[in-house]
Write a protein that binds this ligand. Structure first.
Ligand code: SF4
Length: 298
């Protein structure tokens, strides 16, 4: 009988500095998810991590069997089940007294829509899981259909003249579960982002991070403009950068200047808003109302 050599690297010995996303992955150029993975990977500092990735661009990024572009063990799950799978992995790690951090890495479709049932259930049980949603505001992996994260006026393959509904407020949904830590992460503010990644990795219980993730393919934007787009979204107040502890304590991390110019530029730099003609003026009132609500909570 041929003996098969044991090639598994014990998780405790995983070397620091090993990239989370390796070269050769299949992500589009300028993909915000690639940037987010690299930023997150830098904060791991050799910590043993298991990723759970549902159907999304992140699942495709790994490449074809038997290769993988991820530098850590990954379980691919169905759209609906990442938080349930992560729950099982986290409980096994706890039973074995292994210091593994279990991380869901999911797109907006698997988070806001199809995976919401298991996500809500794991959050309600306060499972020891870090759930990170990279939000490219469409189902990028299945043809660019609208999700409930797609913003008002954005054209997708299933809303060709622009989505008529507003984007779901996922942080408010998660905060309503009273989880220990929920935060939005700006890729244009790396120090704040790094601190949040570290904090979320170190904390116990259910943690949720939301990352607005530029998608040149779906946003019809230049691959090189991703970080500038996020900076404009934050500056204009469209993407609030904040933390919520225990569902109650809101801290605003970056103060916007509510610039209409920034908002107009954000819209103009993306082809997806052209057909609906949504303007800064159309969005301004909703942004102000949202911020008034946030300030009352802060
Ligand atoms: S479709 Fe968008 S999210 Fe998916 S890999 Fe390409 S740029 Fe990234």
């Amino acid at each position: 009988m041929t003996e098969v050599a044991e090639r598994t690297i014990p998780v405790q010995e995983r070397p620091a500095g090993r990239p989370l996303l390796r070269p050769g992955n299949t992500n589009c150029g300028g993909c915000g998810m690639s940037i987010a993975l690299q930023m997150f990977g830098r904060e791991l500092a050799g910590q043993p991590v298991q990723l759970v990735i549902p159907a999304c661009c992140g699942a495709v990024a790994a490449g074809s069997y038997p290769f993988t572009a991820f530098g850590v063990p990954v379980v691919l799950s169905t759209f609906a089940s990442p938080a349930a799978v992560a729950t099982g992995l986290a409980r096994v790690a706890a039973l074995n007294e292994e210091p593994i951090r279990v991380v869901c890495w999911a797109g907006d479709g698997g988070t806001y829509d199809i995976g919401m049932g298991t996500l809500s259930a794991a959050a309600e049980r306060n499972e020891d899981v870090l759930y990170i949603c990279y939000d490219n505001e469409i189902y990028g992996n299945t043809g660019g259909q609208r999700s409930s994260a797609t913003p008002l006026g954005a054209a997708t393959t299933s809303t060709p003249v622009g989505k008529p509904e507003v984007k779901k407020d996922i942080l408010a949904v998660m905060a309503a579960h009273r989880i220990p830590y929920a935060a939005s992460v700006s890729l244009a503010h790396p120090e704040d982002a790094g601190r949040k990644f570290r904090q979320a990795l170190a904390a116990r219980g259910f943690r949720f991070l939301h990352i607005l993730s530029p998608c040149p393919t779906g946003w019809k934007s230049e691959p090189a403009h991703g970080i500038q787009l996020i900076r404009l979204a934050v500056q204009s107040g469209l993407y609030p950068v904040l933390e919520i502890r225990d569902g109650r304590q809101v801290t605003i991390n970056v103060e916007p200047d509510f610039s209409d110019l920034a908002l107009a530029e954000y819209l103009a730099m993306q082809g997806r808003f052209r057909k609906s003609g949504v303007t800064a003026m159309v969005l301004r009132d909703a942004i102000r109302q949202h911020w008034e609500h946030l300030r009352r909570q802060a």
